[in-house]
Write a protein that binds this ligand. Structure first.
Ligand SMILES: [Zn+2]
Length: 118
């Protein structure tokens, strides 16, 4: 089995509604997101999926969120947990059939991340 991962970053603002602490206030992060896929069959070029294609899938999703106020563009509370699932669901829709999604990890700081898989 082969596993491939790509990463991207985006900057965005959010606030956690009803959170009893400083994250209730409007603030921003440079989020990092990592997508890992897996599969066992390589194509005629000995690739599971072209890194360029996988990065494009991730970039198209991340472009919708970059420099946005996440509470305004998403219909859920923009926690790291929910954002990791959001990327997971969106990436999964766009993968070729032979490539399976393993997990998505989203960092809101260098030391804090959430990972989603199903
Ligand atoms: Zn935050």
């Amino acid at each position: 089995m082969y596993t491939l991962c790509v990463e991207d970053k985006f900057s965005a603002a959010h606030q956690l509604i009803d959170y009893n602490g400083p994250c209730e206030n409007l603030h921003g992060h440079t989020f990092k997101v990592k997508v890992c896929v897996y599969g066992e069959k390589l194509n005629s070029l000995s690739l599971l999926i072209d890194f360029t294609d996988l990065k494009k899938i991730l970039k198209d999703i991340r472009d919708q969120l970059d420099h946005q106020f996440l509470n305004n563009v998403l219909n859920f509370s923009p926690t790291s947990e929910n954002l990791s699932k959001y990327f997971y669901d969106k990436v999964k829709e766009k993968l070729p059939l032979e490539v399976k999604l393993k997990e998505v990890t989203l960092w809101e700081s260098e030391t804090s991340s959430a990972t989603y898989n199903d």
